[in-house]
Design a protein around this ligand. Structure first.
Ligand code: XIL
Length: 321
């Protein structure tokens, strides 16, 4: 009953480069994706900029391919994401819309995308990263067109619209740095209670799980997931990777060993919580990870190396399942 998932690489930073999209071009990639995982998350292919690149013009080509693949292989799909401050198309970010027009765009987008995949996408990250890393955390009103204009109310709307479009889908809030108990996960804990009190259809809390060896792994992940579980929510690790600072572009054996321990600890925390039944790694091969593109000098965050050789982290996960 447990879902081990992977992000499916493509789009995003690949869009602006000549980098291959392995899902489309690399048979070995597809074999591993089909064999090792029973859940997939399109890494970029359901984000606004990919799905609605021009106003009112939807492009589902890449998302359709992934979802058909998942159907063929009996895999669940996590949909990512509907309301976020990042990877929005330029027309949306730069457009001069009235409040009503902007709100209508979000509603139409959610109805169209969630409705298209009703019955096929099992869980949706409806709202992603609504709080920043401040102490206390603030709503990202400076960065998000949605939160700037409408405040937290738009989050409740997004959940309601998603629920209208697919009453069966499990609807999640999702963020990073919320694995353990801290000011940011506290903010979500409060927000979830507010949403539930208002009868907003929210069903899950996702901790992304982007960790870095130069920081600490929180020791209270289980307790944190448990408190959301106690509110009646499903929980999930949605984007796990464990990056590291690389000397001469190569990880040391010690780094790779510690990485495996961290993967195992995160999985253990999830396995210990009843309603945590989904653990997704943000890709499987270091060859396609977003990390080297986004964190200078860091890399090697995933469970297989660039040649698809299984790393200790792979065996750490497999041996627990
Ligand atoms: C990242 C993708 O992995 C990259 O390919 C893309 O260029 C940028 O976005 N949190 C999230 C994910 O919720 O959507 C992000 O994915 C990583 C951080």
């Amino acid at each position: 009953d447990f879902n081990i998932g992977s992000a499916v690489a493509g789009g995003g930073h690949h869009q602006d480069t000549d980098e291959p999209e392995p899902f489309r071009t690399d048979p070995q990639y597809r074999r591993i994706l089909a064999k090792e995982f029973n859940s997939v998350t399109p890494e970029n292919q359901l984000k606004w900029e990919m799905v609605q690149p021009e106003e009112g013009e939807f492009d589902f080509e890449r998302a359709d391919e992934i979802i058909a693949f998942a159907e063929r292989h009996g895999q669940d799909v996590r949909g990512h994401t509907l309301l976020w401050h990042s990877q929005n198309p330029e027309w949306l970010e730069e457009g001069e819309f009235t409040d009503d027009e902007l709100r209508d765009h979000l509603r139409d987008h959610i109805h169209t995308v969630v409705g298209r995949y009703a019955g096929q996408i099992d869980q949706w990250d409806v709202a992603n990263e609504v709080f920043d890393d401040g102490d206390p955390p603030q709503l990202r009103t400076d960065e998000s067109i949605w939160l700037e204009r409408f405040g937290i109310e738009i989050v409740a709307d997004a959940f309601r619209w998603a629920h209208e479009a697919d009453p069966e889908a499990e609807l999640f809030l999702n963020d990073y740095n919320v694995e353990g108990i801290n000011a940011k996960s506290d903010a979500y804990y409060d927000l979830v209670q507010d949403l539930l009190a208002d009868d907003v259809p929210i069903h899950g809390f996702g901790a992304q799980g982007h960790l870095g060896l130069q920081y600490d792994i929180p020791g209270d992940v289980e307790e944190n997931l448990e408190r959301f579980d106690d509110l009646g929510l499903a929980t999930a690790l949605t984007e796990v990777d464990v990056r590291m600072e690389l000397e001469n572009d190569e990880p040391t054996e010690e780094q790779i060993a510690t990485q495996a321990e961290w993967y195992e600890q995160l999985l253990d925390a999830c396995l210990a919580v009843d309603g945590c039944d989904s653990f997704t790694v943000w890709g499987f091969s270091d060859q396609h990870s977003w990390v080297p593109h986004s964190f200078e000098g860091e890399g090697a965050p995933l469970i297989m190396d660039e040649d698809y050789e299984r790393k200790p982290a792979y065996f750490a996960l497999r041996d627990r399942l």
